[in-house]
Design a protein around this ligand. Structure first.
Ligand SMILES: Nc1ncnc2c1ncn2[C@@H]1O[C@H](COP(=O)(O)OP(=O)(O)OP(=O)(O)O)[C@@H](O)[C@H]1O
Length: 701
């Protein structure tokens, strides 16, 4: 019995132990279907050897690592009934307390558990008391094991989570490992490529090195050959130099001797040099004296030549006449009747026939320009006078004629085709430039008008307010001057254009019945030309007066009245005074009435003596103007008969002081041209041919 009880107790103990083992294995392993490697892939922790039987534990770990199967539970060997057990049941001694304890100590409420419990109860009832107590204790211990089993399950779940995290980490590590392996493979491939490249480069370098070595050897060989040939040439040269050197030794000795001689001479050189310098100075002074004398002779000769040229030019102008009268016929404007009024002589360009009221009058003038004549042709007759002005003579150029006959056109012209004023100034600048650098000229321009016998400065700030007067120059030269008159220094044609433009803007113009824009005043452009010859010291003082006279008009015809009538009377009065002055000059009267008008008074120094005067008489070709044209041409005829006496020119103003033998010779050759007698109806005289001496003079010119 005791043995049976022991065996039963041992069997119970074995069961409890097996259960504990199972619990322990459950504590470390996940429940079936959850912790298998196949299901979850997680790897369990290593179990401690005390956690269960070695075989069962090792099988569970290995199966989990492999992840193939669910671990088998180790079952306690089924106890086979023994002979003692089969001796029969123990008489039933029921102990209620023991049975209750036994029931309560046995866990489980399921039907199988109840069945097992009942069976154990039956067995226990058949057991002795000690065995039952052992069994109860064992049951108690089993209950404790169940509690710890629950705790172990929780631990197991935590460990499972850790295992999963470790497993994920392991997968990442595996992925990184695979990536690293791929990178490693690529690097290995690149290393192989680099090795190939290195080998190829090494081979190439070897080949280049070899070729360079060969090149070096070749160059060295060539250099050696060249050096050999050069050395040979140098040796040859050296031999030649040596032989020459041998020949130079005697020459060196000679040179040394010469050097010693020269050394002695150099010792005496300063004294010799001083002597030579003194001699040279004397020579130079003598040469300078000779040159100065020659120069003085040349200057004298130049002066004489200049004076001769001036005299000859002057004589030429005098031959043409100190007072020249030209006539210009303006073109017929549209709608004007001009048939047969003016006719020209085809054989003589100085003859003009005027038909007025059936009577034909012939006028003999210096030149007549037809309607088709250009400004250039008109100016060609003025060029000589501009040269005279540069030579120091006074020149006066008038434009005279009835209103609307073209005076302003002839003097001022258009912008595209300038008139006498601008052309004369251009030529003046050209002549002055020709005489440079021996001569230095200072040119000043003044513009004034005489309006109703009052002088106005056209270049002043207030032309209308400034009333000027004509006075004798206090310097005793006998010259007239206008105090306060603006004088503008001009150096270029542009300067002149600006001055002309300013003066033109200030000029008084007004409308009449005869001419839309009629000049109602005498406009004077006065150009003073002062010259100084730097070589001879000669001075000249010329004056060029360019006068656009106001239009003469018959008061009754122009319809002027009031202010216009006063203007017309002043104009006609001053023109009449001009005619009187001309007449007195022609008749060589002792008194010339210069002071009868502002115009003649102002031009006094340019109308007498050796001055040159040119009058451009403007004529209208229109039949209605024939009467006016007749008056203008009669006036021109009167003026033309005037001769200015060169001897009356004041000496103080003369640029060429004393006549030279050449000028006297030329003067003796000159004879006066015959002039037509004064008078409007005078007949034209035939021009006699020039005397032989005069022809000779022209040829000489
Ligand atoms: N040779 C010419 N060629 C072309 N046109 C001319 C010529 N002469 C004069 N004229 C024209 O005739 C007109 C009158 O001329 P301009 O004004 O010069 O006359 P004027 O004599 O000065 O008159 P006024 O005395 O009234 O001032 C102008 O329109 C001008 O252009």
């Amino acid at each position: 019995m005791i043995i049976w009880v022991r065996r039963v107790a041992a069997g119970e103990m074995e069961k409890v132990r097996a259960r504990r083992t199972t619990a322990l294995s459950d504590r470390t392993c996940p429940p079936p279907g959850y912790c298998g490697v196949t299901d979850t892939g997680c790897v369990p922790r290593r179990r401690s050897p005390s956690a269960g039987t070695g075989a069962a534990g090792s099988e569970t770990v290995s199966s989990r690592i492999r992840g193939s199967r669910r671990p088998r539970r180790t079952k306690a060997p089924r106890r086979t009934p023994r002979a003692e057990d089969r001796t029969g049941p123990t008489p039933r001694r029921t102990s209620p307390r023991l049975e209750r304890d036994f029931r309560t100590a046995t866990p489980g409420t399921s039907r199988a558990a109840k069945r097992r419990r009942r069976r154990r109860c039956r067995l226990a009832l058949r057991m002795p008391r000690v065995c039952r107590e052992v069994i109860v204790r064992c049951a108690h211990q089993t209950a404790e094991g169940a509690e710890s089993d629950d705790w172990l399950r929780v631990q197991n779940a935590l460990l499972q989570e850790q295992v999963c995290a470790q497993r994920r980490m392991l997968r990442e590590l595996e992925t990184q490992l695979q990536r690293s392996q791929r990178t490693c493979a690529q690097l290995r491939t690149q290393v192989a490529l680099y090795d190939g490249e290195m080998a190829r480069a090494r081979r190439q370098l070897d080949a280049e090195l070899l070729s360079l070595k060969e090149e070096k050897e070749r160059v060295v060989r060539e250099a050696f050959v060249r050096a050999e040939s050069q050395m040979k040439a140098v040796h040859d040269n050296l031999a030649g130099v040596r032989s020459k050197l041998a020949g130079l030794h005697p020459a060196l000795r000679t040179l040394t001797a010469d050097y010693n001689t020269l050394k002695k001479q150099v010792h005496h050189f300063p004294a010799m040099l001083r002597n030579a310098i003194d001699d040279a100075k004397r020579e130079i002074c003598r040469a300078i004296g000779d040159v100065s004398a020659t120069n003085q002779k040349l200057v004298d000769k130049y002066k004489r030549e200049m004076n001769l040229r001036k005299k000859i030019h002057n004589q030429l102008v005098q031959l043409k006449g100190n007072i020249r009268v030209l006539c210009r016929v303006r073109p017929v404007a549209g709608g004007e009747e001009a048939e047969g009024v003016l006719t020209f002589d085809p054989d003589d360009d100085g003859v003009l026939h005027l038909s007025d009221k059936g009577k034909v009058t012939t006028f003999d003038l210096d030149k007549v320009f037809g309607p088709e004549a250009t400004q250039e042709e008109g100016f060609s007759e003025v060029e000589a006078l501009v040269t005279s002005c540069v030579d120091g003579f006074h020149v006066c150029i008038f434009a005279y004629g009835q209103t609307g006959s073209g005076k302003t056109y002839t003097m001022e012209g258009a912008a595209s085709d300038p008139g006498l004023n601008q052309r004369a100034l251009r030529l003046l600048f050209s002549r002055v430039a020709d005489k440079s650098p021996e001569w230095e000229f200072h040119i000043c321009v003044s513009m004034l008008e005489i309006y109703n016998e009052t002088l106005r400065d056209l270049l002043g700030d207030q032309p209308a307010a400034d009333k000027l007067d004509i006075k004798m120059n206090p310097d005793g030269s006998g010259q007239l001057y206008v105090p306060g008159l603006t004088r503008v220094a001009v150096r270029t044609v542009d300067d002149v254009n600006q001055v002309l433009e300013a003066g033109r803007a200030s000029r008084a113009t007004a409308c009449t019945d005869l001419n839309e824009r009629s000049s109602r005043s005498h406009a004077l452009l006065v150009v003073s030309v002062a010259g100084l010859n730097g070589t001879t010291g000669s001075r000249t003082q010329g004056k060029l007066n360019l006068v656009d006279l106001a239009g003469s008009e018959r008061v009754g015809r122009s319809g002027a009245e009031g202010g216009r009538l006063r203007e017309a009377r002043h104009i006609n009065k001053s023109l009449s005074a001009l005619g009187d002055v001309m007449d007195a000059l022609r008749r060589k009267r002792p008194h010339v009435p210069f002071r009868n008008s502002r115009l003649t008074f102002l031009l006094q120094d340019s109308l007498q003596g050796d001055s040159k005067t040119l009058m451009m008489v403007q004529v209208s070709p229109v039949a209605a103007d024939a009467g006016e044209s007749l008056c203008s041409l009669k006036f021109a005829q009167r003026v033309r008969s005037v001769e200015l006496n060169a001897s009356k020119r004041p000496d103080s103003r003369s640029a060429s002081s004393s006549p030279t033998p050449q000028s006297l010779e030329v003067a003796s050759l000159v004879s006066r041209r015959p002039r037509a007698p004064f008078g409007p109806n005078s007949k034209r005289l035939e021009k006699p041919p020039p005397p032989p001496s005069l022809r000779l003079f022209f040829l000489w010119l």
